[in-house]
Design a protein around this ligand. Structure first.
Ligand code: SAM
Ligand code: DTB
Ligand code: SF4
Length: 324
């Protein structure tokens, strides 16, 4: 190994601590107030604590997915939603213009695919170019990517690729059998190698243990580069899916997850993602205090609902939060 490479590698190692699952578990086990204090302090050292980034999500291709992810309405196996075709470019651009008008800074397009076919990818590249030309940041989530596909997306001007780890390696096989945890990690590596920012997080409330949650966060923080954006989704139980009757999770455990994510990924945007519609304003405010600084903004997620824009605007006004 050359001296220069060795120096770069060693500087990467000293630049950030490597968090083990045990370290993250120790954060979870702090008294709640101590954990919140530490998370909020970290938040203020790295971000404006009164500013929240807003992304609007659009499902560009809904349902009919070959995969068996136990939480997902879009798997063809559970009959929860109808399969739809890829939306035409104009429809996507109309939605993006409306999102910009309402104040979103990023537009995220989601497709229910295991991985994109080449012909479909070409159409998505046009969407990325069109949305970018409107002056919005772009994000897509299309499933697994090959190396060349990641590069094409980067060349089209894509800013973020969303691909969640969803849970830790141990619990993953209990929720998904049609692809592996390593498949997810490989796609994240390809996206990072192509120079894309990544948006990667998980779902809380699927019946996983606290240790599974801690291990997922440690895995995210330990990626070659921590994700620039970390969505923390609260499971939205969808009837017909294997997780449709999951028992509800203690809200404080959700807040602890946000706080731990903030502490171990201090420079990442942490997004309070799915499940916000079911949360009180007070719980959302606690999540923002714990370090969440991004939301999905707009009445729909992919197949399920999201908080009303007017309610979000009112909450921002009450809390003195400004949009980024
Ligand atoms: N097919 C692609 C994939 O799996 O990466 C992209 C779409 S997939 C629906 C995007 C993410 O939505 C999942 O990784 C998961 O984190 C989240 N998600 C899906 N269904 C959910 C649910 N019922 N509750 C919370 N999050 C969910
Ligand atoms: C992410 O982490 N959450 C979003 C986005 N990335 C693609 C999706 C949430 C989906 C919630 C369930 C649904 O609407 O189908
Ligand atoms: Fe398909 Fe993604 Fe849903 Fe899994 S999470 S079933 S890959 S759309």
């Amino acid at each position: 190994m050359s001296q220069a490479i060795a120096e770069t590698l060693s500087s990467m190692l000293v630049d950030r601590p490597l968090w083990t699952t045990a370290d993250v578990l120790a954060l979870y086990e702090l008294p709640f107030m101590d954990l919140l204090w530490r998370a909020h302090e970290t938040h203020r050292l790295n971000f404006d604590a009164n500013a929240i980034q807003r992304s609007t999500l659009l499902s560009i291709k809904t349902g009919g997915c070959s995969e068996d992810c136990g939480y997902c309405a879009q798997s063809a196996r559970y009959g929860a939603v109808e399969r739809e075709r890829l939306l035409p470019l104009e429809e996507v651009l109309t939605a993006a213009r409306a999102a910009k008008e309402k104040g979103a800074s990023r537009f995220c397009m989601g497709a229910a695919w295991k991985s994109p076919k080449e012909a479909d990818l070409e159409k998505v590249l046009e969407m990325v170019q069109g949305v970018k030309a409107l002056g919005l940041e772009t994000c897509v989530t299309l499933g697994m990517l090959e190396e060349g596909q990641a590069r094409k997306l980067k060349n089209a001007g894509l800013d973020y690729y969303n691909h969640n780890l969803d849970t830790d390696r141990e619990f993953y096989g209990q929720v998904v059998q049609s692809h592996t945890y390593d498949d997810r990690l490989n796609t994240l590596n390809r996206a990072q190698e192509a120079g894309l920012n990544i948006c990667s997080g998980g779902i809380i409330g699927m019946g996983e243990s606290r240790e599974n949650r801690a291990a997922m966060l440690a895995e995210l923080a330990g990626l070659p580069k921590p994700p620039e954006s970390v969505p923390i989704n609260h499971l939205v139980p969808v009837s017909g899916t294997p997780l449709g009757n999951s028992p509800s999770l203690d809200s404080f455990e959700f807040v602890r997850t946000i706080a731990a994510a903030r502490i171990i990924m201090p420079a990442s945007w942490v997004r309070l993602s799915a499940g916000r519609m079911e949360m009180s304003e007070e719980l959302q405010a606690l999540c923002f205090f714990a370090g969440a600084n991004s939301i999905f903004y707009g009445e729909a997620l992919l197949t399920t609902g999201n908080s009303d824009v007017s309610l979000d605007d009112a909450l921002f006004a009450k809390l003195g939060l400004k949009a980024v």
